[in-house]
Design a protein around this ligand. Structure first.
Ligand code: ZN
Length: 151
C-alpha cells in the first residue's frame, strides 16, 4: 500500500483515503509518495473559489474562519481531496481557494444557511480545459449577504 508522506493518506489501489491511526504493522510495507490532495496543494491546483461578501466577514471573522475550517473537516472525511489551499480577506470580503470544486459549493451553502443572502455558482472558469475524463472542472461561487445592497 502507498502512503502520502504529507498527510498519511493511504491508497488502496483505487482511491486515496484519510486514515485515522496508522496501523503499527502496516507501516513497514507502506511506500511513501504524495496523494492527489497533497499534490494539488503543492502544485496550487485551484478547482474551487469562494467569494464571500457581507458585514459578518468583518464583524465576526474569528467565528467565520472556524466555520470554514469545520466545513473543510466534515467534507474531508467524505472526500479526501476536499482541502482549502488558502484564505484571503479584506474588510467585508473574503476569498477561499480550494483544491476540490465541491468543497467550494459546500462552504458557500454553509454561509447561506447561517446568514441567509444569496449564492451564485459559476462552472468552469474561462480557459479551463478538461485534463481527463475524471476532471471535475472548476467552480467559482459567490455569496452575498445583502444582494440588494449591491450596485
Ligand atoms: Zn496527502
Amino acid at each position: 500500500m502507498k502512503v502520502c508522506s504529507e498527510c498519511n493518506a493511504v491508497f488502496d489501489g483505487r482511491k486515496w483515503r484519510s486514515t485515522p491511526e496508522t496501523d503499527r504493522h502496516g507501516v513497514a510495507v507502506l511506500e511513501k509518495t504524495l496523494c492527489t490532495a497533497c499534490k494539488r496543494m503543492r502544485d496550487k491546483v485551484v478547482l474551487g473559489t469562494v467569494h464571500l461578501d457581507g458585514e459578518v466577514i468583518a464583524s465576526r471573522s474569528g467565528e467565520i474562519l472556524r466555520m470554514i475550517r469545520h466545513e473543510e473537516e466534515i467534507e474531508r472525511a467524505r472526500n479526501h481531496t476536499s482541502r482549502i489551499l488558502d484564505i484571503h480577506s479584506s474588510g467585508q470580503k473574503m476569498t477561499i481557494r480550494t483544491v476540490n470544486s465541491l468543497l467550494a459549493i459546500h462552504i458557500a451553502k454553509q454561509f447561506k444557511q447561517a446568514f441567509k443572502g444569496r449564492i451564485d455558482i459559476f462552472k468552469d472558469s474561462p480557459g479551463h480545459r478538461p485534463r481527463s475524463k475524471q476532471d471535475e472542472g472548476t467552480i467559482s461561487v459567490k455569496w452575498m449577504q445583502n444582494p440588494q445592497k449591491q450596485d
